[in-house]
Design a protein around this ligand. Structure first.
Ligand code: UDP
Length: 335
């Protein structure tokens, strides 16, 4: 089987590529390298291009016999999406439109789509179930929901089968430390806290301590990036076997507050990381916790790295050995 991974040089995409290679699958990556890193895509054939560019899609689909697509390529920052809605609709929705259009043209019938917990908005139930209401509170979630809906209609009209995976908070890194998380600028909690542990930041800002939670800080469900990767592989097998579209949450089912995350980072790194309370970040729900019972039951998915401490240990291993992420040149030059 040959799998096209869009966004395969990004954080979650590159871990999926690593896992697919470990499983012996043939992989081709399409990435515009705006956020992704060439080195993250390992030694897989990389088409540097954009999902909105039909000529590069034509090249990929004529030069390779693609059996299925895993679609990660997207803009994915909540805050940014609120300031630049057009950019998010353009890259995420219009990009997916071109990809799906070409898949129909080349008769490729299987897609695993990288969706998000942000499609739910403010949850009505904790833990969140797949059939709970989807009322996004930010543009990012809205664009991902629009793509989920497009995929549903494409199944009806063209028999394009899709699995949409709604991730909660992806974190951690390849346990062997070959690849990891490297965003510029970084906005996610765990890498920010670890950058503070490395002395790259003076302190961590806690965005709000007046939420209706036990310690007042937001609670999130952190899921190891390799466990997410495994779910994509299982989703491909599911599509092969059942030829049925479906939607799954992916989380650990346990929530940790921002303060608990910082405390665990202190334990793992043995550094007394400075944290300071700041005002709330717009659009943050107090609590987001998944139930992934459906993914476990239907896909046979079993997270291997469920403990927050393990997730943070693997992330820390990556950050310690790659303090400048993928741009090692700065280190080598002694900058
Ligand atoms: N957060 C924080 N300080 C930071 C970054 C994040 O307090 O510097 C909080 C954020 O408000 C949220 C949680 O940490 O409650 C997880 O945020 P992240 O951006 O990692 O993921 P998100 O939940 O937005 O997908």
């Amino acid at each position: 089987m040959t799998i096209l991974v869009t966004g395969g040089a990004g954080y979650i995409g590159s871990h999926a590529v690593l896992l697919l290679k470990e499983k012996g699958e043939k992989v081709v990556v399409l990435d515009n390298l705006q956020k992704g890193h060439r080195a993250a895509a390992l030694d897989v054939p990389l088409y540097e291009g954009d999902i909105r560019d039909e000529t590069v899609l034509d090249r990929i689909f004529t030069e390779n016999k693609i059996d299925a697509v895993i679609h990660f390529a997207a803009n994915s920052l909540v805050g940014e999406s609120m300031e630049q809605p057009l950019a998010y609709y353009d890259n995420n929705v219009i990009g997916s439109y071109h990809l799906v259009k070409k898949m129909v043209e080349y008769d490729i019938k299987k897609i695993v789509f990288s969706s998000t917990a942000a499609v739910y908005g403010n949850p009505v139930n904790i833990p969140i179930l797949e059939n709970d209401p989807t009322i996004p509170t930010n543009v990012y979630g809205e664009t991902k929901l629009a793509i989920e809906k497009l995929l549903r209609w494409m199944d009806g009209a063209h028999g394009l089968k899709s699995v949409c995976l709604r991730y909660f908070n992806a974190a951690g890194a390849d346990p062997e430390g070959k690849i990891g998380e490297d965003h510029t600028p970084e906005s996610h909690l765990i890498p920010i806290v670890l950058q503070a542990a490395l002395g790259q930041r003076e302190k961590v800002m806690i965005f709000g301590d007046d939420y209706p939670t036990e310690d007042g800080t937001c609670i999130r469900d952190y899921i190891h990036v390799m466990d997410l990767a495994e779910a994509h592989y299982l989703a491909l097998q599911y599509l092969d076997k059942t030829e049925t579209s479906n939607i799954f949450n992916l989380g650990n089912g346990t929530g940790f507050s921002v303060k608990e995350v910082i405390a665990t980072c202190r334990t793992v790194t043995n550094v007394s990381i400075v944290a300071e309370t700041a005002s709330r970040r717009a659009g943050d729900p107090a609590v987001l916790i998944a139930t992934s019972e459906k993914a476990q039951r239907v896909l046979g998915w079993k997270p291997k790295y469920g403990s927050l401490e393990t997730i943070i240990k693997h992330a820390w291993n990556w950050h310690v050995h790659h303090p400048n992420g993928y741009s090692m040149k700065k280190d080598e030059a002694g900058e």
